[in-house]
Design a protein around this ligand. Structure first.
Ligand SMILES: Cc1ncc(CO)c(N)n1
Length: 222
């Protein structure tokens, strides 16, 4: 077997920041969904905050889409991002129906500090001075944390409550996993041609995404 299989920058960075990555993808809240001990008020808090987050995430992804059309090397890149944007459209509808199922009125939910800070971080990444490879690294991280977290809740031996499997399936399904891999491949390709400065910035941005994700899960503690 060929032993020179190329590992990309992202895998290298994940190894380097493994404990932070684990903190983001195996948070107590996620583990409690998987083992069935989840506190439903925590789930409702997360639901309301994540609905607000997704509304801020849409313009960020739209910005990635515009840049994919201009700056990506391959025409299929734009289609991958467009697929992500399309699934956000479904996601917003899903949040609304979950909101009524759980009695969470989104019109009265106020973004908490961690959520506001995450939004501000996304806004800063939309600045055209931020290199596309850096933006894509962040985009991958944001999606991958949810994919890994919720796939964990569906893994062998899970005791995830039936009423929460919808949420877990949304991000834990195999289609979403494939989509994350596609985004990762695009990011890796762009990182191969990135400057040394851009690589330093991309690693930093990935770390900050992971920190924001941990802080986001922490809000569910109430
Ligand atoms: C906080 C957060 N991160 C990522 C996603 C999507 O991947 C989401 N819906 N919310």
């Amino acid at each position: 077997m060929e032993k020179t299989e190329k590992r990309g920058m992202i895998d290298t960075w994940l190894d380097k920041h493994r404990s932070l990555y684990t903190a983001a993808t195996r948070h107590d809240f996620v583990v409690s969904i998987r083992d069935g001990s989840v506190d439903l008020s925590s789930f409702k808090t997360w639901l309301g905050q994540d609905y607000l987050f997704v509304r801020e995430f849409v313009p960020f992804v739209a910005n990635v889409l515009i840049r994919a059309g201009k700056e990506s090397g391959e025409t299929s890149d734009m289609e991958v991002v467009l697929g992500g944007l399309a699934s956000l459209n479904d996601e917003i509808e899903w949040f609304k129906s979950e909101g009524s199922k759980w009695g969470v009125d989104f019109s009265t939910v106020v973004a908490q500090k961690a959520n506001q800070e995450y939004s501000r971080f996304l806004e800063a990444l939309m600045n055209s001075e931020v290199e596309y490879s850096v933006v894509l690294t962040a985009f991958w991280g944001i999606e991958a944390v949810y994919q890994e977290s919720f796939a964990h809740c569906l893994g062998d031996g899970n005791k995830t409550p039936a009423e929460l499997t919808g949420a877990c399936n949304r991000w834990g399904n195999d289609g979403f996993r494939q989509y994350c891999l596609s985004v990762k491949n695009i990011a890796e390709r762009c990182l191969e041609n990135a400057s040394r400065d851009a690589l330093v910035e991309a690693e930093d941005v990935l770390v900050r995404v992971l920190e924001h994700e941990v802080a986001f899960w922490e809000m569910s503690r109430g």
